[in-house]
Write a new protein. Structure first.
Length: 667
């Protein structure tokens, strides 16, 4: 009889099994934190060897937990509070699965799963790293996992039940999130956020070992590039999602949550280049460790901003402020503990070796400093309104005017230095060599930048001239460096190709940002049936409204014909949706996209006499913004695949002795 009841009882017990799997994952994380540390401290290799199997155990049980939650969404188990608040039986199955991370509790479980996946990846692909060193790295990642799994279990349990008052139907997923962007954007963003935990763990392990050498930088660099690559894709996809989903036609708003992901990206970019110097020249070692600490700390800060309730944003989760306090404690422990260790150990390591003013080291150091300054300006603009509000001086808003006025000049200077770095020698440039290398790219960039706005826009525009000059400068210098390297080696490394493609992507993005900001046009009109309006040489014809039904919404769908002269270009069908459960209206834009321009139409409110309010945008080169981000990510992938990161060199460190020394110093 028991065997007959088991298949019937199992689905009802799945949430408890998911919760229990997370508890077991916490136990594995605790063991991963403690046992390898004891092994390193006592030089017991058997205890160190437990690090990798413990990592696999933590990953397996975390995976079981998130899979059970996803399955519970698919079968509409509304006895689970989280599912009842974020799903509905009429929700398409693919949105049910992505709804797993559509709210605070589930997205935090995704955070934990991403951390477990990164930890397992490090354990799997670090076979050539010295056992003591990798044991320390995995133990540090175990510490981070303990904090976030405990946070999930104690304050944000996604398996909490609603017994005995189980609703017959769920409240549905937020209509803003019922989009393919939810399926892809959060996993990519979290893999970027959490990936910096690997760089952080390597940095802390290097501090504890007391030997921050080229080998450490070589092993840390591909993991850092991987995290940066995922974060790049996540930010770009979030920008694209906001562009077409919110109906306002913008691609970046300097929203606090947007800033929360952008800040670690800036520091991560600096970290990648600093690791390159440490690996190549053995310098910048302390600075590199500090950047690794700050990159992950800013990722944690972003997590706090999104989940603490201190900011209001369409991107943030409506969370209990007490949860924010928990994350703030984790942030304080992480930053405070790592900086304390840094204070004890960094002074024992010479960070800067001698190099000339005219050298690649100097150029990369200047780029690092500029990126850090840029991140600080974004941090100040994000936190200042919160500080003013907390001190009781009222509510203020820091928006695009501040960021554009401060951030744009800083980044323009960065792009100038970027052009110098690839062409200048390590250690010391020869007299007159740099001038000879830069003269042709400089002349052509300036000439092209000055002529472009006149040819394209019909009149001179200083901002366009500056943007196109900088984009041309970055691209031509990278191309020049590629030619130089090919002449010397005939066979370029994947790392060299990665740098070239990523820098070319930055040039493409600069073009997109410059041209769409300067030449976009917008018109808000009242349109009756068969009425036409012109924008940037295109005719927009309104052909009425069609009623359409979706799986969980009804919509007014506009029928908009686009013409250029007598040629028919496209039929756009923007929608105004009304979701049945949440009674919330949403706008879905109609976009005719192309490589060189977008025609963007959003449907407004119905007006008298059967007419409608319609907003039309013409956006030149807007897709180059995201195309450039794809090139940057591709560059990261190529750099990660470089064969030198797979060379069988063991990282030799006297970790046991160094760890004992650290423990004695701290005590």
């Amino acid at each position: 009889m028991n065997s007959q009841l088991l298949p019937e009882l199992l689905p009802s017990l799945l949430p408890e099994l998911g919760h229990f799997a997370l508890v077991i994952a916490l136990a594995f994380a605790l063991c991963l934190t403690i046992i390898p540390m004891i092994g390193v401290h006592s030089s017991q290799h058997k205890l160190m060897s437990y690090a990798k199997p413990l990592t696999f155990g933590m990953f397996i049980f975390t995976a079981i937990s998130i899979i059970i939650l996803a399955y519970s969404f698919v079968i509409d188990d509304f006895s689970i509070k989280y599912i009842a608040n974020h799903s509905n039986s009429h929700l398409p199955y693919y949105f049910k699965i992505s709804a797993v991370w559509g709210g605070h509790e589930g997205s935090l479980l995704l955070w934990v799963f991403s951390l477990a996946a990164w930890t397992m990846a490090v354990a799997t692909f670090s076979k050539n790293v010295e056992q003591e060193f990798i044991a320390l790295v995995l133990a540090v990642m175990g510490m981070i996992a303990v904090g976030f799994i405990a946070f999930t279990l104690l304050t944000s349990n996604p398996f909490e039940r609603l017994w005995p008052n189980v609703p017959l139907e769920g409240r549905d997923l937020n209509p803003l999130l019922q989009d393919v962007g939810l399926i892809i954007h959060p996993p990519l963003l979290y893999l970027g956020y959490v990936g910096f935990a690997v760089a952080f763990a390597f940095a802390v392990a290097a501090l504890m070992s007391g030997k921050m050498d080229a080998a450490w930088a070589r092993w840390s660099r591909p993991w850092t590039v991987g995290a940066w690559m995922f974060l790049t894709l996540g930010i770009a996809l979030g920008s694209w999602w906001a562009y077409y989903e919110l109906g306002w036609g913008g691609w970046w708003f300097w929203d606090p949550v947007e800033n929360a992901s952008f800040m670690p990206w800036l520091i991560g970019t600096a970290l990648i280049h600093s690791l390159a110097v440490t690996e190549k020249r053995g310098t910048f070692r302390n600075w590199t460790v500090l950047l690794a600490i700050f990159a992950f700390s800013l990722s944690l800060l972003g997590t706090f901003l999104v989940r603490s309730g201190v900011i209001t944003s369409v991107h943030s989760f409506a969370a209990d402020p007490s949860r924010g306090v928990f994350i703030l404690v984790l942030l304080a422990i992480t930053v405070g503990g790592s900086l304390t260790l840094y204070a004890f150990k960094a002074s024992n390591v010479a960070s800067f070796s001698r190099f000339a003013l005219y050298s690649r080291e100097t150029a990369l150091l200047m780029c690092n400093i500029i990126l850090v300054v840029a991140a600080v300006t974004v941090l100040l603009g994000t936190l200042y309104p919160l500080l003013v509000d907390a001190l009781g001086y009222g509510k203020i808003s820091v928006g695009p005017p501040y960021f554009n006025a401060v951030f744009v000049p800083i980044m323009s200077f960065l792009f100038v230095i970027m052009g110098i770095g690839p062409l200048i020698r390590w250690k010391k440039a020869k007299k007159g060599e740099l001038r000879k290398q830069l003269v042709n790219p400089s002349v052509f960039s300036v000439a092209f930048g000055l002529l472009f706005p006149i040819v394209y826009g019909g009149e001179f525009n200083a901002l366009v001239a500056m943007g196109i000059t900088l984009a041309s400068w970055v691209f031509l210098v990278v191309l020049k460096d590629l030619i130089n390297q090919y002449k010397l080696r005939t066979m370029l490394s994947l790392s060299q190709w990665g740098m070239t493609v990523a820098h070319a992507g930055i040039a493409v993005t600069i073009v997109g940002v410059t041209l769409v900001s300067s030449y976009e046009s917008e018109t808000n009109v009242k349109m009756s049936l068969h009425e036409k309006v012109e924008i940037s040489g295109y005719q927009i014809e309104f052909n009425g409204i069609k009623q359409v039904e979706g799986p969980n919404y009804s919509a007014d769908q506009g029928q908009i014909n686009i013409y250029k002269g007598d040629d028919f270009i496209a039929l756009l069908q923007p929608e105004r949706r009304a979701y049945r459960v949440q009674s919330m209206g949403m706008t879905e834009a109609g976009i005719d996209g192309g490589l060189f321009r977008d025609i963007y139409v959003a449907l407004g409110d119905p007006l008298d006499g059967g007419s409608w309010a319609i907003r039309v945008h013409y956006k030149p080169f807007v897709r180059w913004i995201w195309l450039g981000a794809l090139f940057m990510a591709l560059g990261g992938i190529l750099a990660m695949m470089d064969k030198r990161y797979r060379v069988k060199k063991r990282v030799k460190v006297t970790v046991a002795k160094a760890t004992t020394q650290v423990v004695s110093e701290l005590s």
